[in-house]
Design a protein around this ligand. Structure first.
Ligand code: DC
Length: 225
């Protein structure tokens, strides 16, 4: 397998992209690029600066975004203006805000070079909503990871209750459906199946099954040379 490969995984919220991309990257000794974390960090920054969540109230959507991902001994730290926010951005509220601001063209423009720079030398599994379409259209292998809304809501619910959060399953499903709609219907870089992507429906697959399947696709596309 060539070292400088770029592998993309796109898909809706809760399909398992984060878990799968981390494990896949580790199996390949690649770096995992979680681009949703950048949009979440941007939402966190705007909120901290007093933004009330309404798109029309982002006075200057082109204002400096101070977000970055820092690779640190196998861990990726999500940073906003020098502060680590890796855990703080993992809330439903920030997820929904991230989805809203991700429809603002200026925000996407600002985050595009940050993402490309991090994959400059390849050896990357990049996950998000527009990886195979906009950010890395020439990726070596593209996946679209999906699962039914019911299954995605169930997984998200279990993940959050395991963290000790008090959440309601219906609210979680409604948030996911709202985020799906926002991410799929926005005019700029909407969530779609990229041309040439292999669609993986993980509704009835375990994580190891998904990883093994992906590895087999990658080996077929880019055999050892
Ligand atoms: O993957 P996630 O749930 O952490 O992403 C949060 C939001 O960020 C998602 O709802 C839409 C946006 N996003 C995006 O527009 N493009 C990406 N490549 C990644 C995330």
């Amino acid at each position: 397998m060539k070292k400088g490969m770029v592998i993309t995984i796109d898909g809706p919220a809760g399909a398992g992209k984060s878990t799968v991309s981390k494990l896949l990257a580790s199996r390949l000794s690649f770096v995992c690029l979680d681009t949703g974390a950048l949009y979440r960090a941007a939402a966190y920054q705007l909120k901290r600066e007093g933004w009330n969540g309404a798109i029309e109230d982002i006075a200057d959507p082109g204002r400096a975004l101070k977000v970055s991902l820092k690779h640190d001994e196998g861990r990726v730290r999500v940073m906003v203006d020098g502060e680590e926010v890796s855990e703080k951005i993992r809330t439903e509220e920030i997820g929904l805000l991230a989805s809203r601001i991700s429809a603002v063209p200026k925000i996407r423009e600002k985050l595009l070079p940050v993402q490309r720079e991090m994959a400059e030398f390849g050896g990357v599994v990049a996950e998000g909503r527009d990886m195979g379409t906009v950010v890395f259209p020439d990726a070596d292998v593209k996946f679209f990871l999906d699962a039914s809304a019911e299954e995605r809501a169930k997984r998200r619910y279990m993940e959050m209750t395991a963290k000790g959060e008090q959440v309601n399953r219906t609210d979680i499903k409604n948030d996911l459906l709202l985020r799906d709609r926002q991410d799929r219907e926005r005019p700029i870089a909407p969530l779609v199946i990229p041309a040439g992507a292999v669609v993986v429906d993980s509704s009835n697959l375990s994580i190891p099954q998904v990883i093994d399947f992906m590895i087999s696709v990658i080996e077929r596309a880019c055999p050892l040379r």
